[in-house]
Ligand binder design. Sequence first.
Ligand SMILES: O=C(O)C(=O)C[C@]1(C(=O)O)C=C[C@@H](O)C=C1
Length: 274
Amino acid sequence: MLAFREEIDRLDTQIHDLLMRRAEVVTEVGAWKRGQNAIVLRPAREAEIMRRLAARHQGPLAFGAIARIWREIIGDMTMMEGKFTIAVYLPEGDGVYWDLARDHFGVLPALAVHLSAGSVLRAVSDDTSTLGVLPWPQEGDSDPWWQYVQRADDKSPRIVARLPAYGPSNAPSALVIARAPMEASGEDRSFLVVETLKEISRTRLLSRAGAAGFTVEWITDQLDKPGLPGLHLIEVEGFVTEDDPRLHALHRDNPDEIGQPRVIGGYPMPLRRK
Ligand SMILES: O=C(O)C(=O)C[C@]1(C(=O)O)C=C[C@@H](O)C=C1
């Protein structure tokens, strides 16, 4: 028994030393980024780190535990690189987005409570908060927040990540908005906002998107009544940038039905518990 505990003490010392060393390296990364005026948060890199660890993981400890520890490490170390505040949507009586934010970004960042999604968007737009945590878009929401996300550039907030980074696929999801650069992680999804100019069924819109070359994962509408002219949020496979020829094709091939779509961000695919 004593021998086991001595071994555990030695391992703890090594883990602690390595974490302190990792924090020093991340501090250097932070200094380098400040010199370059580069944005601190890199969701694509974070996803790659998690995927690499998941692929090599073995032994009796469930990967969910490793994922949680690494989210704490990465979240807290991101905060060391620059001052972060996170605006979190916290509807009365529902702390799910708060928990998702804390689990993802660690104990260090300050979380600010916002009672509406619009208020989260404003906080990130006017730089009161670095990041915003918003609910996954709900069907039937008459005033969905995504319609106010302008486009995927570095100046206005866009969707950059999905929470949780690891978990069952039916877990409640949140989306993170920030003014961060677009970066592909190798396994990504993107969000397009598409304006329909006349009455068109969802099936027709989806087949148009397919014909333009997109693989559609999910769609929701700004209106309670899908089919009427209006805005549609379409989640597609892969990393899509503003200059993607498929965006142009969707409008060009259906000029009376579909306006020029815009990209409002996307996210690296989270790891899924098998
Ligand atoms: O690789 C970087 O750019 C880092 O800043 C390091 C690090 C990390 O802790 O591994 C921290 C924040 C970024 O979002 C991604 C990764």
